[in-house]
Design a protein around this ligand. Structure first.
Ligand SMILES: *Cc1c(COP(=O)(O)O)cnc(C)c1O
Length: 353
């Protein structure tokens, strides 16, 4: 099979980073105890506790939909509700899994352009009804960074958690790209999670250089009771758990988790720099993490496709480009040059002959 030129349609196009692969290979020596009672799983959980500087409970599942859905289900009774932004992955891209695994907890959706929730929006939804006929608000979930690449500052997370505490709500963070938020803010993982009032974090491994796998961290360990049974029932308990957990030791112990994210963020910024100052291209959102969302005339988007570029337009209302740990600088520059050339051709078209 010939290798195709690199594309930036999704950060899930990337392969496994060397640090995760080395740990997988190391874990593949001999046999180990099954179902998570092995040394690799212990070591990975300890690496999280070290990184977050706290004694949290850690679980490993196969993907982000399972991590989010099971975490939210663990925080809710079936008659509860979960407040999220309208563009939240749990609402738009998980096929009803949060409602399914919670046996019906309803998602209450707050309108949001950039994917962020605000204390005001949370308060408005949580206090919109207090009668028996409406599902009782119980959890707030925020995505860090959001689906459109916006990063909550520490202050913003703190303000949200303050409202949660006041209203008796738990705070869950969907961190499918959590590392990219840490890289963007240049802050310690603890500062934007438990120190800012987050109760449960889903930390993405897949978009950070692993083949597969997400970690769920319970900072409030009382909330994790029986969570292992919930994972098993949902088909999320890996029997050869070491292969889900070992790659985390590779990412966390070497610092690759942060380097990978820094690289993705830098490539997004690099593409944004390429297209700055062009009239026919507009960044829909400020570039803060590893994504670039471009609004462009259809002629430019068609031109890009004709030049072989792949991208999605169903998220964020424009062309989306995502940069993973393996993004090649030369390809980023090639995309930037193509965009610039197509934009300049647009301008030429508009000049009367
Ligand atoms: C990718 C992603 C997930 C996880 O998706 P899976 O395909 O289920 O692994 C969760 N939340 C956000 C914001 C994502 O971008």
């Amino acid at each position: 099979m010939t290798r195709e030129a690199q594309q930036f349609a999704s950060d899930n196009y990337a392969g496994i980073c060397p640090e995760a692969m080395a740990a997988m290979t190391a874990a593949n020596q001999g046999s180990a105890v099954a179902y998570g009672d092995d040394e690799w799983t212990q070591r990975a959980a300890d690496a999280f506790r070290t990184l977050f500087d706290t004694d949290c409970d850690v679980f490993f599942v196969f993907n982000g939909t399972a991590a989010n859905s099971l975490a939210l289900a663990s925080l809710c009774q079936s008659y509860h509700s979960v407040i999220c932004a309208s563009s939240a992955h749990v609402e738009t891209d998980e096929c009803g899994a949060p409602e399914f695994f919670s046996n019906g907890s309803k998602l209450l959706v707050a309108p949001s352009i950039d994917g962020k929730l605000t204390p005001e929006a949370i308060r408005a939804l949580a206090s919109s009804r207090s009668d028996i006929h409406f599902p009782k608000p119980r959890v707030v979930t925020i995505t860090q960074p959001t689906e459109t690449g916006q990063v909550y500052t520490v202050e913003e997370v703190r303000a949200i958690s303050a409202v949660c505490r006041e209203l008796g709500l738990k705070l869950h963070m969907d961190g499918a790209r959590f590392a990219h938020a840490c890289a963007a803010l240049d802050c310690l993982p603890a500062a934007i999670t438990w120190q800012a009032g987050v109760d449960v974090l889903c930390f993405g491994g897949t978009k950070n250089g692993m083949a597969v796998g997400e970690a769920i961290l319970y900072f409030d360990r009382s909330l994790a009771i029986d969570f292992d049974y919930r994972c098993k029932q949902a088909g999320q308990l890996a029997s050869k758990m070491r292969f889900l957990s070992a790659p985390w030791t590779g990412l966390l112990e070497t610092g690759a988790w942060l380097r990978n994210a820094q690289h993705g963020n830098a490539c997004a910024q690099r593409l944004a720099d390429h297209v700055s100052g062009l009239d026919s291209l507009r960044l829909i959102f400020p570039v803060q993490a590893n994504s670039v969302f471009l609004e462009a005339p259809s002629a430019i988007l068609d031109g890009l496709r004709a030049r072989g570029w792949r991208f999605y337009t169903f998220i964020g209302g424009g062309a989306r480009f995502m940069f993973a740990w393996d993004a090649q600088i030369a390809r980023v520059d090639a995309l930037g040059r193509d965009l610039r050339a197509l934009a300049m051709a647009q301008v030429d078209d508009r000049i009367p002959a």
